[in-house]
Design a protein around this ligand. Sequence first.
Ligand code: GCW
Length: 728
Amino acid sequence: ATATATHGGSFTRLESGSGVFDADLVLTIAEDDADPQAPSSLAAAPHAASVDHTISGDHAISGRGNASTARNGVVATDGVVDGRDTTGEEDDESFRVSREDGAVVVEAACDRGLLYGFFHVVRLGEAAFSGPDLVERHAPATALRMLDHWDNVAVHEVMGQVERGYSGGSIFYDHGRVRTDLSRVEAYARLLASTGVNRVAINNVNVHAREARLLTDDLPHVARIAAAFRPWGIRVHLSVSFASPITLGGLGTSDPLDPAVARWWREAADRVWAEIPDFGGFVVKADSEGQPGPFAYGRDHADGANMLAEAVAPHGGLVHWRAFVYDHRQDWRDRSTDRARAAHDHFAPLDGRFAENVIVQVKYGPMDFQVREPVSPVIAAMPDTRVALELQVTQEYTGQQKHAVYLGRQWSEVLTFDFAGPDGDRAALPPTSVAGIVARSGGIVAVSNVGDDEFWTGHPLAQANLYAYGRLAWNPAADPTALLDEWIALTFPGAPADVVHTLHEVLDESWETYERYTSPLGVGFMVRPGHHYGPDVDGYEYTPWGTYHFADRDGIGVDRTVATGTGYAGLYPQPWASVYESLETCPDELLLFFHHVPYTHVLHSGKTVIQHIYDTHFDGVERVERFAAAWDGVAAALSDDGGHTGPGHAPRPGDTAHAGADTAGADDGRAGPGRTTPAGAGSGARLAARVSERLAEQLRSAIEWRDQVNTYFYRKSGIPDEQGRTIF
Ligand code: GCW
């Protein structure tokens, strides 16, 4: 079905048949009365948009921008956590969709609600117009749904341009400056809006000298980026260096209690908002891994954050202050220091001291984006603070977009984790769940996985993670497997059933598969230091980073109990403190995170720890073998379709460095600036080849993991595999 729209005035186009999250509809929202000064150019709301479309010749969809009565007669909702109701809030992004006799009406109180409502219809496609009459209201669980980019302007000598970026260079910066052509950013903005993301921080939290100047010299260019995001309801944030008053302002100090420092920040903020009236705020990594912070002046994180908060408050700005603070110069011999405790030790005592516009941004686990960690106790420890959850879409520790690892299931587990106990009602997301806590005020943030790669995300299937992230941030109660299938259907429209089945099979349990062939039972790390790819069991064991497994000839794991260990287990509210403290009740998958046990310890599964290690590592590789074989079976079908099936690659108009590299496929899909285009001839083949190449690497790497981990523990323990399989 193709929808057409006729309208006067200026248009914001929601096109399809094009782009990553694909659908066969073309919707157009008119911007009648749009006020160019308004924060969003779509934003002459609540009266702006009115749209009439004809879909397939006989379906009508209309949109209304003022939904004063939209909440009457609601029969279904999504995304409503803990009874959060956006009614009456300034930022009401909810929409109501109703169907009567096959005609669909979308109503919303503001432009963004309308935008999300139309994307909802795009997702449903033809299905939106069939079935019984209905009225539904949809609202996001939280107003803050954000992506952080760890992009550098300059190419950093160790990290490259994008720190932990596995998708090529930055879509924002090139040749040491903000790109002249931001059409790729416009396409990105559209695809993020289709998932519900509404804020983006555009530079690395490790703020180097060149990047610090985004806050000053580059402001007009940051304003151009903000303009690219604006039509899609997305506000821009900057990561800033706490030392800016010194490095940019020439002051002798960045002490947060020094009036000259506070004044410098106020003036800096005034300049930013003068240039970008709807600017979002600052993201700060302070006193973390070498970044400057308030500790240098004997001040604490609340002092630092509140000083910045005061500077941005007159503009309605936010400060995202990261809680990723720990001693990265630890002595591995020092058994009294536990990195897992660090964020809690630093931040929990500050609860209640942060200003109203400070959001403390907490990684989901206490360590660092491992494949398996317990949920960070900090999330529940600061009831009088706005707390945001931080996830990592970029797969730093989960295969770096060389491995197909769908993280929706992991995030869903985190979001639905209930601090009140394991028996809570998961589906309802109680106020004591992670989603319930962060949705109240701090929101959800994740590190983006997008770069200037042809398929946006390096591994084409890693797009599923970006999609699922946005959808889960909108509705944390969503079923991650259903979201995966949604992504597959939208991205590979019309694909044969075996292709759809294979995509599902490769991705659905891929997180658990990755866990099986990497570090066991929640112990974490065992990666190569520095770049963090591939196995190195003792790579971090005698380093200052605080990431140890303590394996010896008898056993393995970290004793984090209150009784005999670091006391970390006691940082959880009951019943979790007791659940984790006891060997009897600690879940198998987190056993080695909380306990040091003999290799012969018997898990709840009935297996010994050592046999579990062997079995999961053999099984993990076998699963990857099956994925690769399944993909081989369908790759040809994708290659043959002339590119009409599969995620659109991104346009790179004006990007001469890439244009030349792309001649092979007669890349006629690139229709020009501002558009993500239908995949061109040959792109199906390129996609199939890219996935095949990545699966081959995943298999090679999984075998390497299996053999190093199994061999290591066989040599340490001397206990043979019950099944006598090959261990070296
Ligand atoms: O996971 C670690 C990464 C660093 C990153 C840091 C952080 C941006 O290895 O590259 O720095 O976390 O989250 O600040």
